[in-house]
Design a protein around this ligand. Structure first.
Ligand code: URA
Length: 448
């Protein structure tokens, strides 16, 4: 009897890197050799960096992105939300400036009967992070064990915690390497990184907010829509309901940019019927798409769900859910009655006056975010502390008419020198022209 054919020798990392360098496509088992080897130390940092750079330059196929997502997701624990009555929802933003949508979307979805379990990250660079914002509320904890997450989601309808090291450890290792090797900007690597974390977080429905513009990872709506399409494809292939909104990030979304300032803005918005605020509009769009897809599997009912959410918001139900979530996470719930009495305040608050009259034509999100970070609201390096009290409270947005000397923003700072510096820089970077005003759209595309 002939001997069975010998098993092929395991793929060597150097050969796989060479194939990617030459524009080849790798199978899932081959990608697993690289990622698994990087985690166990048999594939070196230099090899992994070379592979990532080859992939960024040569491109990854959608099948490779799907395979990478599965490998990353399977590298750690997966949250089991099956004990929740559901429908379970998760929301993710690719990161922006003045983007406190989670503080509105989470309680809105809870008010509509969904259970939103969100594991968030911290701010980095010019973008803010939901955990930093929530931690500006005295006492509030984000390091929640799995049983606490489930209990709070069951009792309140929404909970926001920190992602643990046990969830998707391979993404953590790869992201740290991508961050220092110029290999973040890849559609497939971003999609697999984002979606592996969302899949491991266990929700049945995922609503994504993919930002486009100067303050986002991707500058154009077309690139952002392309990333959103891949994310949705990955979510659906994994058996989840998934919808993505592409939203503008050319100017900050909300008026507050800074941790306590953004919490105060969210509470102020939820304390009155939904207004014409752009932040409120994007939050309603996200929540309405998420709830419609979670309930019905598609977006046909989104207009009716949006009206229902507006009613619930106006009747104070979302504010009550936020109050309950803050209390359940150990925070001071009076923040929902009188944010100024509870949240930390900066010692110096100065106006940034408009240098001339006209119409605001540009308010570049990235630079505004960098100014808030320079005041201490953000961090330059992972692990840096943030100052919860400082930041900017914008008084204008693109399309507004301004008079010379009118405050463009209030600058909240630790000292007068920092406040004066940032006020001058803000007045210089904001563009004031003579053209007509008018609102600019925030919702650019819906991918389902
Ligand atoms: N956010 C992520 O979680 N991963 C990326 O790769 C980029 C943004």
């Amino acid at each position: 009897m002939a001997a069975p054919p010998a098993a092929p020798p395991p793929a060597r990392a150097v050969d796989l890197i060479g194939r990617k360098r030459d524009g080849g496509e790798l199978r899932e088992d081959e990608l697993a050799v690289l990622v698994g080897g990087y985690l166990d130390g048999s594939v070196g940092e230099g090899q992994m960096a070379a592979f990532l750079m080859a992939g960024v330059l040569r491109g990854f196929s959608d099948d490779e992105a799907l395979a990478l997502t599965r490998i990353l997701e399977g590298s750690g624990e997966v949250l089991d939300l099956s004990a929740l009555a559901g429908p379970t929802l998760d929301k993710h933003s690719t990161g922006g400036v003045g983007d406190a949508t989670t503080l509105l979307v989470a309680p809105l979805c809870a008010a509509a009967g969904a259970q939103l379990v969100k594991l968030s990250g911290r701010g980095l660079g010019h973008t803010g992070g939901t955990l930093d914002k929530l931690e500006s509320i005295p006492g509030l904890r984000v390091d929640l064990a799995e049983d606490e997450l489930l209990r709070i989601a069951g009792e309140v309808g929404c909970v926001v915690g920190a992602q643990t090291d046990r969830l998707v450890p391979a993404d953590k290792a790869l992201y740290a390497l991508r961050d220092v090797t110029g290999t973040v900007a890849s559609r497939a690597l971003i999609a697999s990184s984002v979606m592996s974390k969302k899949l491991a977080s266990g929700a049945g429905t995922i609503v994504l907010d993919v930002k486009a513009g100067d303050g986002a990872f991707l500058p154009t709506g077309a690139e952002a829509a392309d990333l959103a399409r891949l994310c949705v494809r990955i979510g659906i292939a994994a058996g989840r309901r998934c919808v993505a909104l592409v939203t503008a990030m050319d100017q900050p979304l909300g008026r507050g940019i800074g941790n306590a300032l953004e919490v105060a803005e969210a509470v102020r918005l939820l304390s009155a019927p939904p207004s014409g605020s752009r932040l409120a509009g994007v939050a309603l769009d996200l929540a309405a798409h998420g709830v419609a897809v979670a309930r019905h599997g598609d977006v046909r009912t989104v207009a009716a769900v949006r009206r229902e959410l507006e009613r619930r918001w106006g009747e104070g139900e979302a504010l009550e859910r936020l109050r309950a979530m803050v209390a359940a996470q150990g925070g001071d719930p009076r923040v929902c009655d009188d944010p100024a009495a509870v949240l930390p305040a900066a010692p110096v608050v100065l106006p940034a006056p408009a240098p001339r009259a006209g119409t605001v034509t540009a308010l570049p999100a990235r630079r505004v975010g960098e100014l808030a970070a320079a005041l201490g609201a953000g961090r330059a390096r992972k692990g840096d502390a943030v100052d919860p009290a400082v930041g900017l409270d914008l008084a204008v947005e693109v399309g507004d008419a301004v008079e010379a000397g009118q405050p463009l923003a209030m600058v909240h700072a630790r000292d007068r020198g920092a406040a004066e510096r940032v006020a001058a820089e803000l007045a210089a970077l904001l563009r004031i022209g003579d053209g007509p005003g008018g609102a600019v759209p925030d919702l650019l595309d819906v991918i389902r």
